[in-house]
Design a protein around this ligand. Structure first.
Ligand code: IMP
Length: 179
């Protein structure tokens, strides 16, 4: 029987073990190493969730590259378009840069669609997205994601950077909510 943990009021069980996650991240990094040979990509890691993934990924990226960390504000109301996420903390000029956005998980895809639009408005030379996890069944807007670690079921997960109400980000395995 799998051991379970309790976070706040909910129980979670191990879903993907750390060694499997780390092995997959090495594969993703070697794909990026091939695809960006001779280039100097700028990784934009989205906080908080991607901190563990970004750190592990960068250990196996052997290109000359830069990394910076961004936040995305929670929904902000605007008069015209309803609600948008805003990118916070991007100090670098990304014009003509090869940008790689690093995300923990793409769920509905709405956050990533907005981030992508805002970054493309700054005219990068190229823009690709890497996410450790994706829930294909939850997608509400089509979005091209160039590098996907694991496609998972549409269930709530935590660990490996992902939280449940602030807790669980430090867990090195990925956990899923018990049924
Ligand atoms: P989206 O806009 O629905 O794609 O949401 C993306 C963000 O929601 C991710 O960056 C996570 O912070 C959060 N999120 C989505 N699914 C989960 C989950 O299963 N566990 C923890 N956080 C999640």
């Amino acid at each position: 029987m799998k051991s379970t943990i309790q976070i706040h009021d909910k129980h979670f069980e191990v879903f993907i073990e750390k060694t499997i996650i780390e092995h997959r991240i090495i594969e993703l990094a070697s794909k990026i190493n091939q695809d960006y040979q001779g280039k100097r990509p700028l990784f934009l890691a989205i906080l908080n969730g991607s901190f563990m993934f970004a750190a592990e990924l960068m250990k196996s990226v052997n290109l000359a590259c830069e990394i910076t960390f961004l936040r995305v504000s929670s929904y902000q109301a605007t008069q015209s378009s309803g609600k948008v996420h805003k990118i916070l903390g991007l100090l670098e000029n990304i014009e003509n840069r090869d940008v790689i956005v690093v995300e923990d998980i793409v769920d509905t895809g709405l956050t990533m669609v907005e981030i992508k639009q805002q970054l493309l408005a700054q005219n990068p030379a190229s823009l690709s997205i890497i996410t450790l996890f994706q829930k294909p069944e939850a997608l509400k807007q089509p979005i091209d994601i160039q590098y996907i670690g694991f496609e998972i079921e549409n269930k709530f997960v935590l660990g490996y950077g992902l939280d449940y109400d602030g807790l669980g980000r430090n867990l090195s395995d990925l956990y899923v909510l018990c049924e």
